[in-house]
Ligand binder design. Structure first.
Ligand SMILES: [Zn+2]
Length: 344
């Protein structure tokens, strides 16, 4: 009742003011209640890992308040949120997670602190069916926790973006056209990334289209683009591989003639260096699972930037030509600067 009255009186005051200030000026055509969200009324959105935060940022643009919770450069699989994250989660209207058991401690904290009427959206579960779950060395079937890395596959990430658009629009219908326009622009970027990958992968000699990484992030990507994940060094409990497992990997690299193997700064390098030295493969430790390139605010600090950066490392190392990736626009799809927060 009070809100209705004050909106009505504001509208009246604005109309009176407009009439007094300039009799020729048209009356305001919108009441404050139907204006696009401003920062004070914007949806409060939380996301977990940075690639997902970037997807949400692209769709929500400048019309949402967005806070990531998993700092870049930490192991997202073992990340335990600090108690202070509970306050952030308790204020959220929407919480986007990858799901598929990636962020269990954060999910538990989100459930325990959920604001009445708020929602937790688990993107992975809404993107692939149980039949499409991938299991492998690092994510063995007996644990019933699938490989959760859907986002390196851009077509699966486009589905994430669609779910984000639909959830933002349902909660904030006044801005649904804006979210839809951002989704359409993001979908065009994904289409150009997909086309560039389909152009670049075939330039890798067929016998080299094999990935061996420390941490297995490429299961879904590989299936889509005709690359084989031949192995990963990391056991399912995120400990280090045994001497037997290391010896098996060295044998496999030599048997398959794999020219390069890949790691990232988040995970231990010494074992991969040993495997490379013993097998004769080149070791490249620059891949990233969920740590975006550059710094927050840089144009390449984005999901698309992450994809292009990883592929420009992998494809040449396996003997291919990654120049098609140079054509992909990795900058944000929306105008202006968002207030997304990426903890470092
Ligand atoms: Zn990972």
């Amino acid at each position: 009742m009070f809100a209705k009255l004050s909106v009505a009186s504001l509208f009246l005051a604005a109309a009176v003011f407009a009439a007094c200030a300039s009799p020729a000026a048209p009356a305001p055509t919108e009441s404050p209640a139907s204006s696009p969200s401003t920062s004070s009324s914007a949806l409060n959105v939380v996301a977990t890992v940075s690639p997902i935060t970037s997807v949400v940022e692209n769709i929500g643009g400048t019309r949402i308040d967005l806070q990531g919770v998993v700092p870049e450069g930490v192991n997202s699989h073992t990340f335990e949120p600090a108690p202070s994250v509970a306050a952030t989660l308790s204020q959220a209207d929407l919480i986007f997670l990858n799901g598929l058991f990636l962020e269990e401690p954060t999910l538990e904290m989100a459930k325990a602190n959920l604001k009445p009427g708020a929602s937790i959206v688990s993107l992975g579960e809404q993107t692939i069916t149980r039949e499409e779950w991938q299991f492998d060395f690092s994510f063995p079937k007996e644990f019933e926790h699938p490989n959760p890395h859907l986002w390196p596959d851009p077509i699966l990430t486009l589905r994430y973006a669609e779910i984000v658009r639909d959830n933002l629009s349902a909660r904030d219908p006044a801005n649904s056209d804006y979210y839809s326009a951002n989704y359409d622009a993001f979908a065009a970027r994904i289409a150009s990334l997909d086309a560039a990958i389909k152009e670049a992968i075939p330039t890798i000699p067929p016998e080299n289209r094999k990935l061996l990484t420390y941490h297995d992030s490429w299961a879904y990507f590989a299936g889509r683009y005709g690359v084989t994940v031949v192995g990963a060094a990391q056991p399912e409990d995120f400990s280090e591989p045994s001497a037997r497992e290391v010896a098996d990997l060295i044998n496999q690299i030599q048997t398959e003639g794999i020219p390069a193997i890949f790691g990232s700064e988040v995970f231990p390098n010494d074992i991969m260096e040993t495997i490379a030295a013993e097998s004769g493969a080149v070791y490249i430790d620059e891949l990233s699972d969920d740590d975006l390139p550059g710094a927050p605010g840089d144009p390449d600090h984005s999901y698309l930037g992450l994809e292009v950066a990883n592929l420009k490392i992998i494809i040449p190392a396996l003997g291919g030509d990654a120049s098609a990736l140079d054509e992909v626009d990795i900058s944000p799809v929306f105008e202006g600067a968002s207030n997304a927060v990426y903890p470092q």
